[in-house]
Design a protein around this ligand. Structure first.
Ligand SMILES: Nc1nc2c(c(=O)[nH]1)N[C@H]1C(S)=C(S)[C@@H](COP(=O)(O)O)O[C@H]1N2
Ligand SMILES: [Mo]
Length: 392
């Protein structure tokens, strides 16, 4: 396991304390420019409720967005990482807890010490709620990126003699859902889990998994939306058919128009996205920063518009292979990490601007500008996210 370093400020992003730019030769307007400008969503709850009420409304449904001031660079700190669950955070006694694995070649259970004795792997990946940034939310803080470590699912299955007859798996959490009183559960196929190279995480950013993150064990499925990243994992159930629990069948689904019929489709792989997260004062104007991620291929470019889409300019990219220069992550550990970008916005005149970023991947695919008319629902909304900014 590699120790975590607070790389966020060092590798990328302006220094925490910006040099004083006030000087005799500078105009009053420049000298009094705030260090950072708020970026306002142009649609959704964030707009109707305002910035003070939205977090309260979200908290009522156990939804806590990542705060803007943490939103740049490669890593999201543990403190401030977004949260989304059903209010219940079970208190697990690690000395009596065990993980059950059933439906595989040799069903068995693992104590936490037995899991810790297996070889650890690491994943740096975007974790994103399937509904993040949809038209109802407006904001888009239900995502984060951390370094997760623990045995891979492959390693754990090997310790069970392999998947045996199982072609699908259901992951059961220990948090009781009110009424149903069963834990949260989500299922994926073995093929998807293998393709994602799923991990059973014991640490987050080098620290033991905090309780709200699923202590002692959570599933991490790089590249797939985080409804599948089951926290407080208690049971891995091998199955010979797809798991059709309520979250698979109903909760996290969109409707797609196929051959003239609307059919239900489960949320899965994170689509190609990008976002402007911060607008910070620079010497000459403002530095815009953000991320680009998803779409299953490496990010090739990010374009920025500061005029509502009339023109686009290229941002500078920092790719995941360059994040930790003194201890780079192996390629397989960062396949689904976001790319950090940065754009120098030179001295715009005072006024209101509509700004956004748009990602392109190495396969030549461009981030969607609009909602696909053949898809209905709240999930996997990839289209370009406009933000309004008032420049003083
Ligand atoms: N056991 C359990 N795991 C869960 C959930 C839950 O309610 N219970 N919520 C899921 C959803 S919808 C999301 S978006 C992520 C959020 O992970 P976080 O709270 O660590 O950010 O956890 C997933 N795993
Ligand atoms: Mo979610």
């Amino acid at each position: 396991m590699t120790a975590t370093t607070p790389m966020t400020e060092r590798v990328h992003g302006p220094p925490a304390v910006l040099p004083e730019t006030a000087g005799a030769e500078q105009s009053t307007a420049l000298a009094t420019r705030p260090p950072e400008l708020p970026l306002q969503p142009v649609e959704g709850m964030a707009r109707w409720l305002g910035r003070a009420l939205q977090p309260l409304a979200f908290r009522m449904i156990s939804m806590v967005e990542q705060r803007t001031e943490t939103m740049s660079g490669p890593l999201t700190p543990v403190e401030g990482y977004f949260r989304r669950d059903r209010h219940r955070h079970p208190k697990v006694d690690a000395s009596t807890w065990s993980l059950q694995v059933s439906g595989v070649a040799r069903p068995r259970s693992f104590t936490l010490d037995e899991l810790k004795a297996l070889p650890f792997e690491e994943r740096l990946c975007v974790m994103e709620c399937a509904g993040n940034g949809n038209h109802i939310m407006g904001s888009a803080g239900l995502l984060g990126q951390a370094r997760w470590a623990g045995p891979s699912l492959r390693t754990v299955l090997e310790a069970c003699g392999g998947p045996g007859p199982a072609t699908h798996f259901a992951f059961h959490g220990l948090d009781p859902i009110p009424l149903v009183r069963r834990g949260y559960h989500y299922g994926l196929s073995l093929e998807e889990l293998t393709r994602a190279d799923a991990l059973l995480a014991i640490t987050m950013n080098g620290e033991p998994l905090p309780r709200p993150r699923g202590f002692p064990l959570r599933l991490v499925v790089p590249g797939i939306y985080s409804m599948s990243h089951v926290k407080w994992l208690g049971h891995i159930e091998g199955k010979t058919a797809p798991h059709m629990g309520i979250h698979n069948r109903w909760v996290f689904t969109n409707k797609h128009l196929r051959d003239g019929k609307w059919v239900r489709v489960q949320a899965r792989w994170i689509g190609l996205k990008s976002m402007v997260t911060r607008c910070q004062r620079s010497e000459r104007g403002w530095t815009l920063t953000g991320w680009a991620w998803g779409g299953g291929e490496a990010i090739d470019g990010v374009d920025i518009s500061t005029d509502g889409g009339q023109s686009w300019q290229a941002a500078t990219l920092l790719q995941p292979e360059g994040y930790f220069p003194e201890a780079p992550l192996p390629a397989g550990a960062r396949t689904h990490a976001w790319t950090v970008w940065r754009y120098e916005w030179d001295a715009p005149a005072a006024g209101e601007y509509l700004i956004a970023s748009r990602a392109r991947n190495v396969a030549g695919v461009l981030q969607a500008m609009d909602q696909d008319p053949h898809v209905r629902g709240h999930f996997d909304q990839t289209r370009v996210k406009w933000r309004r900014v008032a420049v003083p």
